[in-house]
Design a protein around this ligand. Sequence first.
Ligand code: GLC
Ligand code: CA
Length: 571
Amino acid sequence: MNGSEQFDFRKMSFYQIWVRSFADGNHDGIGDLYGVYDRLEYIKELGVDGIWFSPIFPSPNADYGYDISDYKNIHPDYGDLEQFRKVLDKAHSLGLKVLLDLVINHTSDEHPWFIESCKGRDNPCSDYYIWRDPRFSKETRLPPNNWYSQFEGLAWEYHPGRGQYYLHVFARKQPDLNMDNPDVREEVKSIMRFWLDMGVDGFREDVITFISKDKRLPDGIPFLPAINGLPFYNEGPNLHAYLREFRQVAMEYGAVQIGEAPFTSAKNARKFVIGDDRVLDMMIQFETMSADCFLTDYIHLPFSLRKLKRAFSKWQKAMGEDGWNALYLENHDHPRVIDRYGSLEYWRESGTMLAACYILQRGTPFIYQGQELGMTNIALQSIDQYLDVVSKNAYHRFHLNEPIQKRLQRIQVSSRDSARTPVQWSMETNAGFSDSEPWFYINPNYRTVNAAGEEKDPDSILNFYRKCLRLRKSESALLSGSYREYARLRRHIYVYERQYQSEKVLVICSFSKREESFRLPEVYRKKNTVLLLDNYPGKRCFSAGQKRIRLKPYEVVVLKAAAAAEDGSLP
Ligand code: GLC
Ligand code: CA
């Protein structure tokens, strides 16, 4: 590698901030960088090593920041460049890395490039976006092909001024950039340099696997409308070439790059993240977020642990010894995980078990704001209260024959808005998020689910996250060991082993409301097996030497086998 040495992201873990709902520092009801500044110690004490900020740039918020209108500035709701520098400096002084979100598949339709581009076919930005002439059937004007967008109706919007359609794979207000235009790629590099020069440590790269389109833009197969164009823009023809260009810039600074890859298979992922000449360091896959749905959260199914385990193990195996996973169970795009994969009835137990079940896998864990508190979904009573463009579109387009209550329920279990309610800091007014009226609804459970209360409770979800992150760092098997799954066919428990040289750690997770039992592998039946972690308070049933372990509802137990030289091989 030329340029600066890259930092060791494999030993780290990250905290994701969706700033609008994190903490309000200037009393207007909107989370901001002043609030972040004041809470950096909290993040540090959680035991993470860095922060990923969802977009903090100027944006009309058609997609809450993922529609950017100025890449080199801070959204006025969140502060300004000076305030960002303060956050960056303080984070660095606490030993925290800072990653920004690089959203370059599309811009906002209010970005000056798009405004220019709309003006005609002969201005400098004319070719910055993907414009195509209409098709005509007799007199009727039709879009250039039959693609649907992932967020909002057809993927094409007509612009009368240009007499052409522009492509938007996401919402109408998110026109796709034309990455085949070398000027656009230079803009991307210039954006990267702007932030890297300031001292930012890397990027999470939004839907990066969509940036290269098949120029022919052919009709898609009219199956599964929302993704019928996918084969022509997912991992497109020039994707690797463009990523390599961006990688050059990142390497000059030793910056880390994490690519969001919604439809990339585990097998294909290797082509991006393996070896010194890799184009990305890790990928954010979606398979482990599909254990209770089909393709999207909006096609909801009962939770299947077998499906979740298959996805976990598939990605662990695919990355193997030479690759590396980004581990997560929550972010700003999915409802809260306790509602999905855990149990509200066993809120504390399942919230803690879920923490251990993914943080102790091989990879770099990401924790989404509020996840460490066990925040849960909000159930709003009318579709008008929801803000997310995807939820609104799903409600108004699908299942129109069903009763309103049923349609609303579909949104309640699947909406991205559930991850976007303000963070619950305390049981004070507005959950301690703001002393003014908050910009969005606060989950009414804030009186029991909040940071201040959990801080004081040694058995809280918050303190368990801290324990897991500490444990991960203190055991080389957890930090760098291999991964092996046990009891693959069991429907209610998930068991895996991490091994580094002669050290072996076993993680046993129950996803059941009943008692479960598991016969320990031989090596953990010895009298010098150590109990490293358990999510039930007080003394538990495990005692060294036992053959079988009985798990209470949603219990997780982590055992360490005695080192090989000390086990039964000695007299
Ligand atoms: C990514 C983001 C999501 C956004 C979409 C379009 O999936 O995580 O929030 O809506 O890309 O930018
Ligand atoms: Ca504010």
